[in-house]
Design a binder for this molecule. Sequence first.
Ligand code: PA5
Length: 462
Amino acid sequence: MLKFDFNNMMEKYIGREGITDVELAAVGGEAAAAYAKFAAERGTGMTEWADLPYTQDAVVEDILACAEDVKKNFDNFVVLGIGGSALGPIAVFTALCHFRYNDLPAEKRGVKFFVEDNVDPERMLALLDVIDVKRTVFNVITKSGATSETMSQYLIIADILKKAVGKDWNRHIIATTSEKKGNLIKLAKKEGFKTFYIPDGVGGRFSELCPVGLLPAAVLGIDIRGLLAGAAAMDKRCSSDDMSKNPALAAAALQYIAMKKGKNISVMMPYADSLKFMADWYCQLWGESLGKATDLDGKTVHVGQTPVKSLGVTDQHSQVQLYTEGPFDKVITLIGVEKFRGDVVIAEGAEEFPDVNFLCGHTMGELINTERIATEYALTRSGHMNNTVMLPEVNAESVGELLMFFQLQTAYCGALLNIDTFNQPGVEEGKNATYALFDRKGYESKKAELNAAPKKDAKYIV
Ligand code: PA5
């Protein structure tokens, strides 16, 4: 069972920068109200994601059958998607598959797996260098069906497939999209693609537990029922408006208090390479959900915490100096793993070097966990807010728990901040400017606005 340890958020342990018991108790009413608001809305509007662990029996059957077909008939599975349509699949793949999965001999792995979440031409060319499109399935994931990056990737791949495969090219595309809206569903119907649906009330960054994440996971042989069971277990543990009984609510309330104390940065630091990309997934979830200019009453608030990804122990030799001695503007969340799935003994051989020899006979698992505890101590001693999420082990259930924990924490925190957690108006401005720069019809006034913007001054370019 996942454990959330927030001792080192408290004044008792970190001193004046910490939260007092009185401050924590004082936010109890607001936290209970945030819980009640979320509980009243869940399953409706944009909170349908919370019910995904319970509502997908038929979808799971369909996914498993499709995954079997992919495994039987193809060598490669490529996700084309971006943001919430890519970060979850990457995080779960990295957490639950072999570290060198694609490099394993064919008999020791399933189909090779790639997630293409950028429109860098060199990357696309590199992908095409290492896959045979005739042996590849492309899972195009876009809820809106309008995302320029994903749709341009689709067009490139569709063209290549048509030329390489001929009339059966459509067997090489699986569309994961909205059932009702957007271009991809129209294309899917026209071309006859196998299709999975992203429910209306599931936004990109909350979509890992729907077909967006479940299909890639199933193709990789990950226990998707285990993922959903872990998420359900966490959801049940979070069914109280009392922070002392609801870990995600406690985590949300603590960040809420921390923000009020000027902690505007949330560092996510797993001490496990397998969870490295969980930090990327969290960064989108936290940043896009909570970074908002106005609240639900229309008041200008400019809230949010800047999420930062970090990796233990690697970033102890890069960022931790700043975290222990820099400004008191951060909350550092460490993710620890009690038991690694394998371990390596540090061999003897340094008897004459006492400052190395002390390591001999211990394991790498012991070393990484000891360094996590040591970093926690250093952060605490220097008075910097930190908390720890402990997983017993990285497996499908614990990853499901972790995903649900952070999703619920984000939803509760958004409710505490009185903002719309599930929209992303700030992303639109850049998208619209791209459309205008490409002379897309309907964006003439945006183009005029861009043309009228002050021209760059050469004196500021050296
Ligand atoms: O969380 C979100 O809603 C976004 O990050 C989207 O996932 C991202 O913009 C991709 O959108 P779409 O799935 O419509 O292509």
